[in-house]
Design a protein around this ligand. Sequence first.
Ligand code: SF4
Length: 394
Amino acid sequence: MFNSFTESKQNNPNITDSIESLYIHVPFCTKKCGYCDFYSISPKVVDFSVFYKGLQTELDATLSDIKQNNLELNKLKTLYIGGGTPSALPHDVMTSITNLIQREIGFAQDLEFTVEINPEPIGHDTVLAAIEAGANRVSIGYQAKQDSLLQTIGRLHTFADFLIALNLIRTTGIKNISCDLMFGLPDQTLNDVLESAEQLIELEIPHISFYSLILEKGTLFYKKYARYPELLPSDDLERRMYRDLLELFERYQYQYYELSSTAKSGFYSRHNYNYWSTKPYLGLGPSAHSYYNGIRRGNVRSFKEWSDNPFISAELEPVSFFQSMQEYAMLAFRLAEGFSPDKFRKRFGIEQPFDAELERLLNKDLISYNSNTEIYHLTEKGLDFANQVFIEFV
Ligand code: SF4
């Protein structure tokens, strides 16, 4: 099939799509959470002007690359400043970064501009600086309501800190707020999970992302629990937590739109939806990823190496036309809207080539087909074993 890189450049719609999304990774955390494998270092050891200059250099090089390849870069429709801890930046650096992006790329009128924060007592002025500079969506690392659990997983904030941060954000008029919630944590009960979620519902948080604990190699939790899984909630209990969360959100009119995301009408994450739709995006900062011109790039996970040479990628993976079709199918099953052969045809200009894979998944009762809408969806069983669906397309 279309496996060569040359063919992929000619056929891959991810090359012809215009670029409208940018992610910036702010790699600073005061303390490492036990479960986290995102790249970060202590803000105490950093010269922030070096970080700003690195972003500037990387952006310059990226813009030249886009120009040389005749790609279309529009004013941004989504900008996501994440990390790490963006609120660990000094407020004037946050302002300089947003000014840089606005000057060099520009913001579309309907820009969704998200800034992530940890609800610690520090960094509030930085969040306000981001909002002043145009941020209109805030994503808060809430994780759980119970202070004892927050402590177990290594968070630096309490539930009271979360309420203070939320209140501060709301006084600026921001309504588009997302909270991260974790389940499957050590010593966490089903009741803890539901109580944490109910609290967010009561506070009228319009977007909630809910993640189960994954033991990533190299983390403190991996060392502590990989050999002793009996210290964590069982698989059955974890599945129950997930199911009960879905039911709870549905009861309160949240729309489950992706495996780990639920939102009130009109509040889904446009930035993440862009990823799940295999649209191109830029990424700046140590360990950030980008995907444009049919190439996936991963920056080095080292502040020093990145700042010495910000456009040198640690990973460069050309994505062929066939691979992009596989990814599209796999990610479509992450979304509640499912896999539509009609949408596929419109995107790739050919019929979907996955009859055998779909047949196998139908036979295993992991997906179902709705003959009225002509769309495939995950079944109840597929929700529990989504990875088995995804690997059919890898
Ligand atoms: S604050 Fe966020 S990025 Fe930093 S260590 Fe904790 S989970 Fe990871």
